[in-house]
Write a protein that binds this ligand. Sequence first.
Ligand code: URP
Ligand code: ZN
Ligand code: ZN
Length: 474
Amino acid sequence: MTTVIKGGTVVTATDVVEANVLIDGEKVVAIAQGSGETWSEGADRVINAAGKYVIPGAVDVHTHFELPFGGTYVSDNFETGTRAAAFGGTTTVVDFAVQVKGEALRDGFDTWMAKAAGNCAIDYGFHMIVGDVNDSTLKEMEAMVGEGVTTFKLFMAYPGVLYSDDGEIFRAMQQAAKDGTMIMMHAENGIAIDVLREQAVARGETDPKYHTITRPPQTESEAVYRSLALAEVAGAPLYIVHMSAKEGVAELTLARDRGQNAFGETCPHYLHLSVEDDIDVPGFDGAKYVCSTPIRFRSEGHQDALWSALARGDLQVVSTDHANFFYEDDETLGRQKRLGEGDFTLIPNGLPGVEERLNVMYQSGVVEERLTLHQWIDMCATAPAKMMGLFPKKGTIAVGSDADIVIYDPGASFVYGVDTIHGNIDYTAYDGMEIGGKVDTVLSRGKVVVENDAYTGTKGDGQYVKRGMNQFLV
Ligand code: URP
Ligand code: ZN
Ligand code: ZN
């Protein structure tokens, strides 16, 4: 099966060229100016991309489909979540398999592989959450590399659930340094946060806004600093997930200035939502946006600091941390966000975003001139692919790369609302946001999976991708 994408503007993280793209089977086999007519004559399919951008399929390296959390489950499973991702121009996700206390890493990996197998619309890989650091799981970290799992997430938050203490974290970092793998850190001082939460509830402060108030920026930046220091001593690369506090970004920047292999991601919700506008609102609506690290106060200047760190490269990746829970009770999943009505500590943490990321970042990044086209593509596709050992198979358009391609229409526009999203969820964080562009057509390994606002793929098209090592290391 050959496909020609004709007449578009091919844009990657580094280049922009008016060119045609020739796809043979699952791969890009040629990019050229002027061969369009010849290629089209013999092609099985010709896609006219005139007036549109032809960009790499986006790569979201932080999703949680079907994750058990707070007595319930993330409402998107691998079928609904990856289909929503495809609608939003994302063609690869890296989700988190969970090792629970008392079990082997291998058990967690097998469980998550089984959840995904035969269900995904797009390609997928896994990080491992190490919930139990001990001699045997440390040994297993090395073995997981053979399965294409080269990144391991640890939690300084959630005591009694996923939390690891500093000794456990340090030992896992030493193991990662030995194996050439990377630690991903949920950097929040969970012990101090638990004290603040208990005290708030005792005072009757139970509204959603107290979720943020009991997780002040210093509880993030202290953990960022501590994890950076531990990683430096261990000699391990460190990637800090879902960064939201300007003080944390400042710590990361200092470490990077010293030459440390330290990296960071933020998420669209931290760049767009605030306590003032979205959390501290009448009723219980703020619960929709309760996540950890928390949405922060706009007045404190975190968003400007995040945009600036993205633009100068101290934050490299924009991922979604997609972990959605129904706001209103769902027929199948029952009570989700409303579990925390009357007690914010019981609100399941997380929000949707896997579908919205590329469009939302185009609007507020490119249209509103905070980022160049290349930076937009870099932080949504190329940098995450390099960071997670997927490049150049994923994250770019080049001869030999997978034909994961988005045809993006800068001339279209639409407004986000619950009717314009496709996941298993009853709200979007970007309700009412006008987007001055649109994902038009999506190809996953050469197959058109989204066109004319419809899903044209088949459940199970997506394949597991074994990942290599971080390609950013200095
Ligand atoms: O609130 C969040 N971030 N939920 C998902 C779990 C995590 O910590 O990434
Ligand atoms: Zn986390
Ligand atoms: Zn997460």
